[in-house]
Write a protein that binds this ligand. Structure first.
Ligand SMILES: [Ca+2]
Length: 148
């Protein structure tokens, strides 16, 4: 409830953290971005549209550390959409450079010859990435990233 949020804020200051969080309640900061994990059933396209309605995009990933942070955010590590999209070459919906990846072994593979232009994370024991059909709905979750 809101009381808990208030107490948490007090605790942050009483611990002497000189840098107040720039993220709104319910969002988690990594670097200069705020992230939020939502457990909802959406296609990748619907997920990205939802993120934009919140002022952000599906998360882009640029380092091992950032990837581990996002993995922690996805409690229980369900299959989760991130913002990678293949429009001839891979890019992120937030416009940042596609300079990092954690493909699972054999991915991206456009499985069975079907175009798979969207990325889901938390595939397999190592929680890597898979290219997937964007329209899939069941069991998929999303991470929202928003620039402050
Ligand atoms: Ca695939």
């Amino acid at each position: 409830g809101s009381d808990n949020g208030f107490l948490l804020l007090i605790a942050t200051f009483s611990l002497g953290d000189a840098r107040p969080s720039r993220c709104n309640r319910g969002w988690h900061q990594f670097g200069t971005h705020c992230f939020r994990f939502e457990e909802t059933l959406r296609s990748w396209t619907e997920a990205e549209r939802h993120c934009q309605s919140l002022g952000g995009h599906l998360a882009s990933v640029h380092s091992w550390k950032e990837s581990r942070f996002l993995e922690t955010l996805t409690v229980g590590s369900p299959l989760t959409w991130i913002g990678g999209n293949d429009g001839g070459r891979w890019s992120w919906t937030d416009g940042s450079g596609f300079n990092y990846h954690e493909w699972a072994q054999g991915e991206p593979n456009n499985y069975n010859g079907v175009r798979e232009p969207c990325i889901q994370m938390n595939i397999g024991e190592k929680h890597r990435w898979n290219d997937e059909v964007c329209q899939l709905l069941v069991g998929f979750k999303l991470i929202v990233a928003c620039r402050p």
